[in-house]
Design a protein around this ligand. Sequence first.
Ligand SMILES: N[C@@H](CCC(=O)N[C@@H](CS)C(=O)NCC(=O)O)C(=O)O
Length: 219
Amino acid sequence: MGDEVILLNLWLSPYGMRVRIALEIKGIKYENREEDLSNKSPLLLQMNPVHKKIPVLIHNGKSICESLIAVEYIDDVWNDKSPLLPSDPYQRSQAKFWANYVDTKLYEIALRFWRTEGEEKEAAREEFLECLKLLEEQLGDKPYFGGNNLGFVDIALVPLFCYFYTLNLYGNFIKEEQYPRIISWAKRCTQNDNVSKSFPEEQKFKESISQTRTNLNKE
Ligand SMILES: N[C@@H](CCC(=O)N[C@@H](CS)C(=O)NCC(=O)O)C(=O)O
């Protein structure tokens, strides 16, 4: 009997993208089920009763909530190919540290940037760019945070870039020349089939972001 793998997801969720990338890298067949977050399915409420959020990975009927925990789970279960986390305990701890940094710090600032205007927005942008500098130092001259292969930290961070590029449409959010390494890292990642397959269709994504902004401006 094969594994049954279901992903409760929303097509434009950066968290969902992380889980999709990990599943693609490992070559796991799965069913992607789109949720309507304004009318959550009984399955979502049953599988993630604590947070009631997507993404939820369901493996043979058992749920794994929180995107980074799901990515780690995928790496642990399908450990015969393409490791996402290093096996060395120290290197592993460092990868988890930076993924957690991206998760707690960068995503929070990005949301603040998205939801505010004026001085607050500018402050969020500045803060975000400072974090990127730090991440650029971490990346160094490596092709990926994980070394020669796309790994845990890359998966944690790359979906946000999907948003950055779109945010660039509304003003120069990132000046490419100031972040050459991280920008070429992002391009490298997005050229990876496993990543591009997991990203939303560009035009649909742009339209959705533009619609959200129009609605926010009306509020
Ligand atoms: N920390 C969570 C965040 C997941 C999250 O925020 N999901 C959003 C969609 S992008 C959601 O389900 N929101 C529904 C809600 O808050 O009710 C993860 O990494 O999985």
